[in-house]
Design a protein around this ligand. Structure first.
Ligand code: BGC
Length: 252
């Protein structure tokens, strides 16, 4: 199956490999997303098998876009902050293409995909100018877009703030791990956001990741200047952005 105006996106995360066909006119999923548990250890080979299983389940025979929580340049993973280290140097495009019978695939960073989706269809769709999306999860992912054009692999979660990487201060996992209240965690997030807005001066910051579901509990506590709005597409943003990357011919 593959239909005009539809593209297939797969979001590879720590707990699930999730995918669906996306209607690129609306940014909506064409069917319920299909989820396969991420194998452990999440080695390239094991993940590629999960991807093949997912695509077979969906009976999709067209090109596929995929996200990885890593810097991806020319289809090759260059970092692995929160994934299996064996991804570093892996040609993910070649790996997934081979697992999918040689069809064309596009691979990009997970936060870049989410940012593209939120910018075109979601929370930032009515903002013109520089948009910054940050995903708060195990780490902090970032996407920077200017009038819809992505600057790939910004990796702002690794910017040092006060001598510590931003994601080590303010990822959602830090709140969990240290049992922080929303007040305590929001103070850390504010320091990170203030640093980033002083560097980039975005018109809006979109907050994504699972914790954006509780946005009303912490966004009002932030003390930085730029308006912060919760992501709209939530757990479909990565899938939608992965599907868009095929359409846009993006090969970061
Ligand atoms: C990685 C990024 C990724 C982010 C969110 C960071 O640790 O370096 O590539 O986008 O986590 O998954």
């Amino acid at each position: 199956m593959s239909a005009r105006g539809h593209a297939f996106g797969i979001d590879i995360g720590g707990s699930g490999v999730k995918g669906a066909a996306v209607d690129l006119a609306t940014g909506e999923l064409v069917h319920e997303r299909i989820k396969i548990a991420t194998p452990h250890p999440a080695t390239p080979q094991a993940v590629a098998e999960a991807v093949a299983e997912l695509v077979a389940k969906a009976e999709w025979d067209g090109p596929v876009g995929l996200t990885l929580p890593a810097v991806v340049i020319g289809g090759v993973a260059r970092t692995a902050a929160n994934i299996d280290k064996s991804w570093i140097g892996t040609d993910a495009r070649e790996l997934f293409s081979a697992a999918l019978g040689g069809r064309p695939v596009t691979v990009l960073n997970d936060a870049d995909a989410a940012g593209m989706a939120e910018d075109r269809y979601g929370a930032a769709k009515d903002f013109a100018g520089l948009v910054l999306l940050l995903t708060f999860g195990t780490g902090i992912g970032s996407a920077l877009l200017y009038h819809g054009t992505l600057v790939p692999n910004t990796e702002l979660g690794h910017v040092e703030v006060g001598g510590r990487e931003s994601e080590h201060r303010a990822a959602a996992s830090v709140k969990e791990r240290d049992g922080l209240t929303y007040e305590q965690w929001a103070a850390e997030v504010s320091v990170v956001l203030t640093t980033l807005e002083n560097l980039f001066f975005p018109v809006v910051i979109v907050a994504g990741g699972g914790i954006s579901r509780d946005a009303d509990q912490w966004i009002p506590l932030l003390t930085n200047r730029t308006p912060v709005i919760p992501a709209d597409l939530r757990n479909t943003a990565g899938i939608v952005g992965a599907a868009m990357a095929i359409d846009g011919g993006i090969t970061p």
